[in-house]
Design a protein around this ligand. Structure first.
Ligand code: PMP
Length: 296
């Protein structure tokens, strides 16, 4: 699914066949999870393949690396250039791009300087499947930002996400919604969360969540569409009586939520602000209207 015999990846300055590329089993990242990564999408547009908000994603990668004391030998512009080359080499237009920064062989719990940079791309359909999803409130909390930088995409943090989705799937749900350590709603396993209540969109503020690039896009689009939107802490009890909810993320795009803990949202999805935002987002990413929406 991710690669075949013809797939090319970027690895440490070289273009290599994914099926032949080698990684080090003694990598500190493999053992302890101290790598950083990004999840980016490119779309086929009238002016060719365009990477949506490439600059914002690579700025976040730089930020994640900084938070983990990893020095990167490339600039944001270098990474963007490499990503377009990667798409071309693999003849991809609608694709998911995964840059991963990982450490070399070092199994002490001490700093090590060498870094490896790989970038891969593949075709990945909308992550949560395109249907409204059944969500459970997870028994797992998102990690406390005083334990690990939560505003960075750190490989090890995703063990928390995997535990939460495993729990949700084992109970017949599609996705988990995790609370923060103060009991407020934080985010999904790999998505930010929005609730629609009394004509207002509510979304958790930055602090205990990953600052999603799709989240920022949705907030901008909502303001342009004159949808009232506030960033505020939400208690799980407040979901009761809400009209709708949705997840946002690069992989998931905008994914409607059917129910939370088996309580269904009764407003038809097509009548919600979430659905209008979903349509606007699809339009934006496929119509080459990126520039005016890129955050500076
Ligand atoms: N929260 C988490 C934990 C994530 O992994 C992601 C995916 N990167 C998101 C939110 C959404 O972020 P973005 O919109 O930038 O993809």
């Amino acid at each position: 699914m991710y690669y075949d015999n013809n797939t090319i990846i970027f690895l440490n300055g070289n273009w290599e066949k994914a099926s032949e590329a080698k990684g080090d089993l003694y990598s500190q990242t493999l053992h302890y999870g101290n790598g950083v990564f990004e999840g980016i999408r490119s779309y086929e547009t009238p002016s060719g393949a365009q990477i949506f908000k490439a600059r914002d994603h690579y700025k976040r990668l730089m930020h994640s690396a900084e938070r983990m004391n990893i020095k990167l030998p490339y600039t944001v512009e270098d990474f963007i250039d490499l990503s377009y080359k990667l798409l071309k080499k693999n003849k991809l237009k609608n694709a998911y791009i995964r840059p991963l920064i990982y450490k070399g062989a070092h199994l002490a719990l001490t700093p090590t300087t060498g870094v490896n940079i790989m970038i891969a791309a593949w075709v990945w359909p909308q992550y949560l499947g395109g249907e409204r999803v059944k969500v459970m409130i997870s028994s797992y909390q998102r990690p406390n930002p005083k334990s690990i930088p939560i505003d960075a995409k750190i490989t090890g943090t995703y063990a928390n996400s995997i535990l939460a989705t495993e729990e949700a799937k084992s109970k017949g749900f599609d996705e988990a919604l995790l609370l923060d350590s103060d009991g407020f709603i934080a985010e999904g396993s790999g998505e930010n969360f929005f609730l629609e209540k009394d004509g207002v969109l509510l979304t958790p503020p930055l602090g205990n969540i990953l600052p999603g690039i799709t989240r920022a896009t949705v907030i901008e689009m909502a303001r342009k569409l004159n949808f009232p939107i506030i960033e505020t802490q939400i208690r799980p009890e407040e979901i009761k009586g809400a009209d709708a909810a949705f997840f946002t993320g690069t992989a998931a795009e905008i994914a409607g939520i059917k129910s939370i803990d088996s309580v269904e949202f009764t407003t038809p999805w097509e009548d919600t602000m979430g659905y209008s935002l979903f349509l606007t987002y699809r339009n934006r990413v496929t119509q080459n209207e990126f520039k005016d929406f890129t955050l500076v």
